[in-house]
Structure formats: structure tokens, C-alpha cells
Design a protein around this ligand. Structure first.
Ligand SMILES: NC(=O)c1ccc[n+]([C@@H]2O[C@H](COP(=O)([O-])OP(=O)(O)OC[C@H]3O[C@@H](n4cnc5c(N)ncnc54)[C@H](OP(=O)(O)O)[C@@H]3O)[C@@H](O)[C@H]2O)c1
Length: 305
């Protein structure tokens, strides 16, 4: 049986990295954070070791990864292709498991689509890990869907306008999509590492819950006792078209249009089905929509603490 104890986290200082790092550090793993920064990060728990790393130097990576059982990558954007170099070094120094930076829509399903072009770097990294399976390094891809609380805090998920007490929906608003809170993403990583044999060389999809835009609106209305009428409706066909047009011009903000169409377009079918869900495999419980929304509304000062 594989045992994982020492875990290195890359990209720990970003949006999702702190949630992953905190979950690991509070679950008995010995965590080392790798960062490019010479300054100690301020958004991480105290019981982690922080090491500065140069991703372009094999020596730097090699000494940082020696003795690690697993590497969790939460690198993003331009750093996504750098993961291949990290994978090579991880295999050389005997790391057992690499968890690439997925943590979004299921990129295995996006290949060949417009959004798949933007996510091409991620798709290539998982392909690369599959090629390296004989090297002794195993991998687990973790698709979590949209970050629910993170998206609520930034944009009301593009659905709820708290200030105006209105809402916006794509198509009918009834299509359900896969979503996870940041804390759930952290727990998913912990549960993967606690089930190393079951998750070896697998791409799994997990979630807090599936939810539709109308279910979010209705739950917010119940919790606040206020109506949030739909004052704007977007068409997923228009979003897909504008996304593809932007992409053709090299404008990667296309991602946001394409993502809304992917998640919310009627009939897109990107909710996580019972059969596809990896929650059972890794022993991960879902979450309650209203509990998560209540917490957000409290943070926003809409509900009393
Ligand atoms: N599902 C969703 O709704 C959702 C939302 C956001 C992100 N995500 C996914 O979550 C993953 C992490 O995204 P994030 O938003 O947390 O990342 P992020 O905050 O943009 O960046 C994470 C960290 O990566 C390191 N980094 C950034 N650029 C780099 C570069 N060029 N070279 C080397 N390191 C670099 C930085 O760490 P140091 O400075 O410490 O080295 C940074 O703090 C990605 O796969 C992303 O697609 C999903």
C-alpha cells in the first residue's frame, strides 16, 4: 500500500493554493510550499515549510522535491507548461504522485472544443503524465467545477447582483453545473492523497454539489426574504459565438463567455452525474447549498452573523 506523508505544493500563494495548503497541513501531512518569491507568503498556515524555487532550474527543482512523496500543483496561466519540467524532475527524484493544476471543468471532455483550446496547456500536461506512467511517478487529475464561494465573492457568479437585488441568467437558468467551494477543493486533494492506490493514474471529478442558476436565485430569495427578479437574460449561443470570435482574435477573455456557455447553456450536460462523480471513490461528502450561501450572505453583511 502506498503511503503519502511529505507533500510539496506549487502555486500555494494564489487563489486556490491557500485552501489546498491549509487542508493538507491540518490533515497530518508534512507540507512544503514552493514559491518563486523571496518574501515569506502571508496567506499560508504557520505549520508549513516555505522554500524558494526557480522553475527554470533542474537543480533548484531537484533539491526542492527530494524526499517529497507527492507534488500538488496549483500553478496557473503562463506557469501551466512549466509543470512538464517539474514532472520530469519529480519522476527522477522518486516522487510517488503528481496532482496537476486542473481544479476546474473536466478538461478531458473539453479537448477539441473552443474552451479546450484555451485549456490546451492543462490537457497536454495530463497527456504528458499518462506518457510518464512507466517512470514510477503516478498522477491524479482532479476536476472540481467552478469555485462556488470564490465566484460568489467576486461576481455573484454572474447570477446574483446583491447591490441591486436583481439576477441575470443564461438561457432558461435551469441547467445544472458542477461546482465546489475552495474548502471542498482542499478536502478533495486531501482525500485523494489518503486514497493513493484507488486514485493512481486516474482523472477524477468531484464537487460540493450540482446547482442551476434558478436554484441559486431561489435559495438566495428564501434566505434573504427578498425577491431577486431576473432583469437580464443571456443566450448561451451568443456567449459561445462571442467567445469563439474573441478566441479567433487571440483574446483570451473569451474564456469567460465560453465558460458561462459551458456551465449554464441549456442541454450542455456538464453537471457531474452520480456515475461520473469521484466523491464516493475518495470518501468525500458533498455540501449543502443553503449553508454555503448563508455563509456568503453573512460575509457580505446581508444576513446577521
Ligand atoms: N474552477 C474555478 O472556478 C477556478 C478559478 C480560478 C482558478 N482555477 C484553477 O485553479 C488553478 C490555480 O489557479 P489560481 O487562480 O489559484 O492561480 P493564481 O492565483 O493565478 O497563481 C497561483 C500561483 O502560481 C504561481 N505562478 C503564477 N504565475 C507563475 C509563473 N509565470 N511562473 C511560475 N509560477 C507562477 C504564483 O505562486 P508564487 O508567486 O508563490 O510562485 C501564484 O501565486 C488553475 O488550474 C486554475 O485554472 C479554477
Amino acid at each position: 500500500m502506498t503511503t503519502i506523508k511529505n507533500v510539496a505544493v506549487l502555486g500555494a500563494t494564489g487563489n486556490v493554493g491557500p485552501a489546498i495548503t491549509s487542508a493538507l497541513a491540518s490533515s497530518g501531512f508534512t507540507v512544503t510550499v514552493l514559491t518563486r518569491s523571496a518574501q515569506p507568503p502571508s496567506n499560508l498556515p504557520p505549520n508549513v515549510t516555505v522554500r524558494t524555487v526557480d522553475y527554470t532550474s533542474r537543480d533548484s527543482l531537484s533539491s526542492a522535491l527530494a524526499g517529497q512523496d507527492a507534488v500538488i500543483s496549483a500553478l496557473a496561466g503562463a506557469a501551466v507548461p512549466l509543470q512538464k519540467q517539474v514532472i520530469d524532475v519529480a519522476a527522477e527524484v522518486g516522487v510517488k504522485r503528481f496532482v496537476p493544476s486542473e481544479f476546474g471543468i473536466n478538461t478531458r471532455k473539453a479537448r477539441g472544443s473552443a474552451i479546450g483550446k484555451i485549456l490546451g496547456g492543462k490537457i497536454e500536461v495530463v497527456d504528458y503524465l499518462k506518457e510518464k506512467e512507466g517512470s514510477g511517478l503516478t498522477w491524479t487529475g482532479v476536476a472540481t467545477g467552478l469555485f462556488f464561494d470564490w465566484g460568489l465573492e467576486r461576481t455573484g457568479l454572474g447570477v446574483i447582483n446583491l447591490k441591486e437585488r436583481t439576477s441575470t441568467v443564461v438561457d432558461s437558468g435551469n441547467e445544472r453545473f458542477q461546482t465546489s467551494t475552495l474548502a471542498q477543493v482542499g478536502r478533495a486533494v486531501v482525500h485523494v492523497l489518503q486514497h493513493p492506490d484507488e486514485t493512481a493514474n486516474k482523472y477524477i471529478s468531484t464537487s460540493s454539489f450540482n446547482v442551476s442558476q434558478n436554484e441559486i436565485i431561489s435559495a438566495v430569495e428564501d434566505l434573504t426574504g427578498t425577491k431577486f427578479p431576473v432583469t437580464a437574460r443571456q443566450s448561451s449561443a451568443d456567449l459561445q459565438k462571442s467567445g469563439e470570435e474573441k478566441l479567433a482574435k487571440g483574446d483570451w477573455t473569451a474564456f469567460f463567455d465560453l465558460l458561462r456557455a459551458w456551465n449554464n447553456g441549456d442541454g450542455r450536460g456538464n453537471a457531474l452525474s452520480e456515475e461520473e462523480s469521484g466523491n464516493k471513490l475518495i470518501g468525500l461528502e458533498g455540501e449543502d447549498l443553503k449553508t454555503v450561501l448563508r455563509e456568503w450572505l453573512r460575509k457580505e453583511g446581508v444576513l446577521k452573523a
